[in-house]
Design a protein around this ligand. Structure first.
Ligand SMILES: NC(=O)c1ccc[n+]([C@@H]2O[C@H](COP(=O)([O-])OP(=O)(O)OC[C@H]3O[C@@H](n4cnc5c(N)ncnc54)[C@H](O)[C@@H]3O)[C@@H](O)[C@H]2O)c1
Length: 309
């Protein structure tokens, strides 16, 4: 069990940073939140309030969490007394390296350093640190205050006790941490997710069905089970022998190209960037796009607090 009242620093007060900050503050930790942009700093408390209120939390709970979050103008100030730092700055390797160099210059030597990169190798981000044994990845999912999973990614240098301490801190904050023993691209979740997306795009590209059909098939079938039955539990449920028979008959025909699909590249070069431009794989009005966002938020809120065994 992790201690309460630990000093946490969160670097970057954007979409992920504000959610990470509120999650840890709710769990009884002190959070120093920083961002170089004044607008991000001044709007952070209101964004935290609004996310907590959308979670259905009481005014008292919101006030209690906000009291535990202090906004700092500089990274140096935010990390000076930190025991754990979460970096949630933009996804650029040079920027993250620069930020960690600055953190290392100002944080205590025992402080654990974590990057929230979505896909960049933790090894590359941390390569220039003097004390690499205390560095790791913590891949929170969006929205970080609602999605339970955090992938805790070890590099070849990360000390086991550092990963264990991080797992305890996250469990105590109500998260579901999973240890990723090797620093591979996409960690676990995004490898699985994008194996599915590659096949989904290929089905449309090859004229087997349209994009709406792909989404309907998933939402109306195995998507319903996925939140309570993982694929390997499912394989054991139906039998590894049946799984082997299916793989003998289908794997040879699945998409296996190494790079992105030409169909996807064409959409991007045609400016069909999805909901933000009104068309991607499908056409979207603003109302339809908003309905999708509301549907996801409602669903995540309903699942929040449902314990997994
Ligand atoms: N958005 C997602 O779905 C998601 C999911 C998982 C992981 N991530 C990762 O989390 C990180 C943050 O993503 P986000 O979606 O919160 O982005 P964001 O743009 O919402 O927030 C990034 C914040 O970092 C600030 N920033 C810019 N330069 C900085 C600097 N030098 N030092 C500190 N802060 C700086 C920005 O002002 C901004 O407020 C990225 O690495 C991203 O890949 C994002």
């Amino acid at each position: 069990m992790t201690a309460k009242n630990r000093q946490i620093a969160v670097i970057g007060a954007g979409l992920m940073g504000h959610g990470i900050a509120l999650t840890l503050a709710r769990a009884g930790q002190y959070v120093a939140l920083t961002d170089p942009f004044p607008e991000a700093r001044t709007s952070a408390p209101a964004r935290i309030r609004s996310s907590m209120s959308a979670m259905g939390l009481s005014e008292a709970e919101i006030a209690r969490a906000l009291k535990r979050i202090e906004i700092f103008d500089t990274t140096a100030g935010a990390v000076r007394a930190a025991e754990v730092v979460f970096e949630a700055a933009p996804e650029k390797l040079d920027l993250k390296r620069k930020i960690f160099a600055e953190i290392e210059a100002h944080a205590p030597e025992a402080c654990i350093l974590a990057s929230n990169t979505s896909v960049m190798p933790i090894t590359e981000i941390m390569a220039n640190l003097r004390l690499k044994a205390r560095a790791l990845g913590t891949h929170w999912w969006n929205p970080p205050h609602l999605i339970p999973l955090v992938e805790v990614v070890k590099t070849e240098w990360t000390e086991a006790s550092v990963a264990a301490d991080m797992m305890d801190l996250l469990s105590d904050a109500g998260k579901t941490p999973v240890l990723v023993a090797k620093d591979v691209p996409g960690f676990i979740g995004n490898r699985l997710q994008h194996a599915l997306w590659r096949e989904a795009i290929s089905l449309v590209e090859n004229g087997i069905c349209d994009a709406e059909a792909v989404d309907t098939v998933i939402k109306a079938s195995f998507g319903r089970r996925l939140a309570v039955l993982g694929p390997l539990e499912n394989a054991d449920l139906v039998g590894t022998d049946l799984t082997l028979d299916i793989h003998e008959n289908v794997l040879f025909d699945l998409e296996s190209r190494k790079g992105p699909s030409p169909y996807l590249k064409q959409l991007v070069s045609d400016g069909k960037l999805g909901m933000k431009t009104g068309e991607g794989f499908r056409k979207w009005t603003d109302v339809q796009a908003n309905d999708v966002r509301l549907r996801v938020a409602r669903h995540l809120k309903r699942l929040d607090g449902i314990l997994m065994d």
